[in-house]
Design a protein around this ligand. Structure first.
Ligand SMILES: CC(C)(COP(=O)(O)OP(=O)(O)OC[C@H]1O[C@@H](n2cnc3c(N)ncnc32)[C@H](O)[C@@H]1OP(=O)(O)O)[C@@H](O)C(=O)NCCC(=O)NCCS
Length: 179
C-alpha cells in the first residue's frame, strides 16, 4: 500500500505553483464558483453565497487532513496570481486509484495552464504509488474532454443520467488513465 505523505506536496511547473488549498483560499475561489460559465458543467450550478464556497473549501481541507484527497490552489509563478484549483480526490490506497478534478478562472483558459498543472498532478500521483486515475465530465464539456485526452485519458463509457443538477438529470462521460 502506498504511503500517505505527512504534508500534501507543493508542486512546481514551468509557469505554475500548486499549493495545498487552505481555508483562506475560499475568497479566491468564490468568483470562479459564482461564474455560470465556469460552473456550466459542474454537478451543482453556480453559487452566489461566499459562505457556501467557504463550506466547500473547509470540507476539502478536512478531506485532505484525513488523507482522502489533495486539493491544490494554482498560482502563476511569475506574479503569484491565482489561476484556479485542481485535485486528486477519492484516493483509494488499497486499489491505488483516485479521481482528478480541475477548475480555472475564465481569464486563465486557453493558455495551457490546466494541462501543465494536471501533468504535474498525474506525475505526483504516479510517484506516490497510484496506478489508475479517473475523471468524469458532463456531456458537452469540450474543454475538459480535450484536456483529458491530451493527458492520455481514454473514454470508458457513458454514465446515463448520472447527475441530478437543479432538477435535471445529466449524462456524464467516464475517463480513465492507467499510470
Ligand atoms: C476544463 C478547463 C480547466 C480547461 O482549461 P483550458 O485552458 O481549456 O485547458 P488547457 O490547459 O488544456 O489549455 C488548452 C488551450 O490552451 C491553448 N494553449 C495556449 N498556450 C498553450 C500552451 N503553452 N500549452 C498548451 N496549450 C496552450 C491551447 O491551444 C488550447 O486552446 P483551445 O481550447 O482554444 O484549443 C477550463 O475550461 C475550466 O476551468 N472549465 C470549467 C470547470 C470545469 O468544467 N471543470 C471540469 C469538470 S470535469
Amino acid at each position: 500500500m502506498i504511503q500517505r505523505p505527512d504534508h500534501p506536496p507543493i508542486l512546481e511547473t514551468e509557469r505554475l505553483r500548486l499549493e495545498p488549498l487552505a481555508d483562506g483560499d475560499a475568497a479566491l475561489l468564490f468568483p470562479l464558483m459564482a461564474d455560470a460559465e465556469v460552473m456550466a458543467y459542474w454537478d451543482v450550478p453556480e453559487l452566489d453565497d461566499p459562505d457556501l464556497v467557504a463550506d466547500v473549501v473547509s470540507g476539502q481541507v478536512e478531506a485532505m487532513a484525513a488523507g482522502r484527497a489533495v486539493y491544490w490552489a494554482i498560482r502563476r509563478l511569475a506574479d503569484g496570481g491565482f489561476v484556479g484549483a485542481c485535485d486528486l480526490s477519492e484516493i483509494d490506497r488499497r486499489q491505488r486509484r483516485a479521481e482528478v478534478g480541475f477548475m480555472l478562472g475564465r481569464d486563465s483558459w486557453g493558455r495551457g495552464y490546466a494541462l501543465e498543472a494536471m501533468r504535474a498532478v498525474a506525475a505526483y500521483a504516479a510517484a506516490s504509488g497510484l496506478r489508475r486515475l479517473i475523471a468524469r465530465t458532463h456531456l458537452g464539456n469540450r474543454r475538459s474532454d480535450s484536456l483529458l485526452e491530451k493527458l492520455g485519458f481514454g473514454s470508458e463509457g457513458l454514465l446515463r443520467g448520472h447527475v441530478l443538477r437543479a432538477g435535471e438529470r445529466r449524462d456524464c462521460q467516464l475517463f480513465g488513465l492507467l499510470l
